[in-house]
Write a new protein. Structure first.
Length: 286
């Protein structure tokens, strides 16, 4: 049974191809997210030698190599893939072209949220990991661009009498760990952090989204150009902090390990050898 087409993958590729020439203008934002994600490598004593960078847009691969980790990069867009340096290739996250047990680390920084079959993609990623290999990912989570989504909907409904979907749906944080577990990862963990952006010119938000390749690729998107007043009205409704337009990116960070016999396992229910009465004392005697 094929997954529903939520996103137009041809549009996703075209947006990233176009953005490859401009992505440097949002490198600071992408690097902030990547640094937060890769900080999790400092929490493990594992040493990695063969990593796969999925959609790192020229940011993740150099950071991994600076840690002494050999890295192969892939991106849906050939031009974006070329930004990562060799070895790199253009490939689809929904159909990974790698053998099982090919890598001991896979990193996907802000690159899996345009995938139609995310559970299927995660299963392929887990299979490409060696036993006890680590998967790290960041995704925009529910709450990202929430103010802009609401403002766009309200503005278009007021002007046109109805609103089309213009911002991608994002997963809830609670779903992220479940997705990892469903895909067969061990020790799944998901947590969230907010990145707050302040814009002196609110139109710069739209330029940044375009430069990152993050413009609308929803399959059922309205192909018509919106009325001219929609975007100015929506941007004017965004919150202001210190005289600047405030935009919040809520990022879900996902960590999961490929199963291995050496990993700790929970004890079977009823197998404990110590009575809680011995630990806390017999309260009936107090």
């Amino acid at each position: 049974m094929s997954s529903p087409e939520i996103f137009d993958r041809r549009a996703v590729r075209a947006h990233r191809e176009r953005a490859a020439c401009h992505v440097g203008s949002v490198a600071d934002i992408l690097r902030d997210a990547a640094d937060r994600l890769l900080d999790r490598l400092d929490d493990t004593t594992h040493r990695f030698s063969a990593a796969l960078d999925v959609g790192g847009r020229g940011i993740v691969a150099p950071l991994l190599r600076s840690r002494g980790i050999g890295c192969v990069s892939m991106d849906l867009s050939p031009r974006m893939a070329a930004l990562n340096g060799a070895p790199s290739l253009a490939a689809d996250e929904e159909f990974l072209p790698f053998a099982e047990n090919a890598f001991d680390l896979i990193v996907a920084n802000l690159s899996l949220h345009w995938v139609n079959d995310l559970p299927g993609a995660l299963i392929q990623i887990r299979r490409a990991l060696r036993p006890d290999g680590l998967f790290l990912a960041s995704l925009p989570a529910l709450g990202t661009l929430a103010g802009f989504r609401h403002a766009l909907t309200e503005a278009e409904a007021a002007i046109r009498g109805g609103a089309a979907p213009r911002i991608s749906p994002f997963p809830d944080l609670r779903d992220c760990a479940s997705l990892l577990q469903r895909a067969g990862f061990a020790l799944p963990v998901a947590d969230a952090e907010d990145i707050t952006l302040l814009y002196a010119d609110p139109l710069a938000l739209l330029r940044d989204l375009r430069a990152a390749g993050e413009t609308n690729a929803i399959a059922q998107r309205d192909r018509r150009i919106p009325p001219r007043a929609v975007l100015p009205s929506a941007l004017a409704a965004l919150p202001i902090r210190d005289g600047r337009t405030e935009v919040v990116l809520r990022l879900a960070f996902m960590t999961g390990w490929a199963p291995a016999d050496t990993q700790p396992r929970p004890l079977k229910p009823g197998s404990g050898q110590t009575s809680l009465t011995k630990v806390f004392g017999d309260r009936s005697q107090r």
